[in-house]
Design a protein around this ligand. Structure first.
Ligand code: PMP
Length: 411
């Protein structure tokens, strides 16, 4: 099947004149988003979307994770619509902000308070500043290759940076506890915080789960050295455990940041923290043009309620398990060394030895011609709107595409 893309291309040509690069960020063609994906999307429901040329896609990216319950979820949209009747942004916050903070602090075991913003980056950066404020120490430790947002201290790009942006950022290799210890020793009493994702999901490479004692060792080192542990749960939050991904891996951070799954597509992020950091947190200025957006907060409140009442994290994990096991079977049948790495609700596809990513690009291209959207170099996302027949359809497409790949001479 060849996909129509005339209208997508027309929009892109118009965009190129008035928007730098036409499309920017991680979905920019310049950032390597393959040509076989449409540039523009018209609408989406459940786990399907329609692009501007009228092609229909069975989606496995969920708005890069922002959609946990499915696109255009009726109950969440209804909650947002109710709030919209009252208004969205006022001079002061709406009471729904208090409801949302109470909901988060009651649902996340270590959380005593919550603040809100619009994007993950807003609050990963803010959390490091809270840690610096509280400890009076300058250094931030992160894992090599980990993405925590667009701010200069963590953005992996090079543009517009100066040396000082990263001069207080230290990096160690994921799972390398000895490396972490020697880094800590090298900057004794100067490290404010360690910021980590719950497992390592660097772009352009397979995901890596924590080793058995990794989180216990991290907690111990943080505690021993008075280092604040920040969990960046922006991407995984809601897809591993309903109470936060620290519960899935069995540890307790001091601060946690959420965004993607939180508002089911309504722009919101949250940072929650322990009581002992509450005073310091009030010292780090936090505001924004639309950060009190009550519509996103009402949507988020409903989204959290559904996550709990429908045990959505367990549900997407078990859907993901069925999906990843079945695709692994197809790979075996076709004698391909292919694996879906990381937790099954957000698997990252990897052909062994495919370091230039040619094979995965080719595979996703063949899949795309059959109307299924698998990204070649980002983890995929399962939503709770993926039903068994959707998964079966994608599994069949994956199997047929692997066979085509082998028939073309790739292995
Ligand atoms: N942390 C992680 C782990 C992320 O995946 C992202 C977004 N991809 C961010 C932080 C930044 O979030 P945002 O794009 O909402 O600023």
């Amino acid at each position: 099947m060849s996909l129509k893309r005339e209208i997508s291309d027309q929009f892109f040509a118009r965009a190129s004149k008035v928007i730098p690069g036409g499309i920017y960020g991680h979905v920019a063609p310049a950032a390597g988003l393959p040509r076989f994906f449409p540039h523009y999307i018209k609408s989406a429901t459940g786990c399907m979307f329609e692009d501007v040329d009228g092609n229909e896609w069975l989606d496995f990216m969920c708005g890069f994770g922002a959609i946990l319950h499915g696109y255009s979820h009726p109950e969440i949209d209804a909650a947002a619509d109710e709030q919209k009747k009252l208004g969205s942004v006022f001079n002061q916050p709406s009471p729904v902000m208090v409801d949302l903070a109470e909901s988060l602090t009651s649902k996340i075991d270590f959380a005593d308070w919550a603040v809100f913003a619009k994007n993950g980056s807003d609050l990963t950066t803010w959390a490091t500043r809270v840690a610096r404020e509280h400890t009076g120490k300058p250094y931030v430790v992160k894992a090599k290759g980990a993405y925590h947002g667009v701010d200069a201290w963590c953005d992996p790009g090079m543009g517009g940076k100066i040396e000082e942006d990263n001069s207080k950022i230290l990096q160690f290799s994921w799972n390398d506890i000895d490396g972490l210890k020697s880094l800590i020793d090298s900057k004794k009493d100067q490290i404010a915080c360690l910021i980590l994702t719950p497992y390592h999901h660097a772009a352009f490479g397979p995901s890596v789960l924590p080793n058995e004692n990794f989180w216990a060792d991290v907690e111990y080192e943080c505690c021993r050295n008075n280092i604040i542990l920040i969990l960046d749960d922006v991407r995984a939050g809601g897809r591993l455990n309903v109470g936060g991904s620290h519960k899935y891996f069995g540890f307790t951070p001091d601060l946690s940041v959420y965004s993607k799954g939180l508002g089911n597509g309504y722009a919101i992020s949250a940072c929650v923290g322990k009581e002992y950091l509450k005073d310091s947190s009030t010292e780090v200025f936090l505001t924004g043009s639309c950060w009190n957006d009550a519509v996103a907060m009402a949507a988020s409140l409903k989204s959290l309620e559904i996550s709990h009442s429908q045990k959505v994290a367990n549900s997407v994990l078990s859907k993901g398990e069925y999906f990843t096991n079945s695709i692994s079977e197809k790979a075996k049948e076709n004698k391909l060394s292919f694996s879906l790495t990381g937790p099954p609700s957000m698997p990252y596809p990897w052909f062994e030895g495919d370091h230039n990513m040619f094979l995965i690009q080719k595979f996703c291209e063949i899949v795309s011609r059959k109307g299924v959207y698998f990204h070649p170099h980002h983890n995929w996302f399962i939503s709770n709107a993926h039903e068994r027949e959707d998964l079966d359809q994608a599994i069949d497409v994956a199997g047929e595409s692997m066979k085509e790949l082998v028939d073309l001479g790739f292995s």
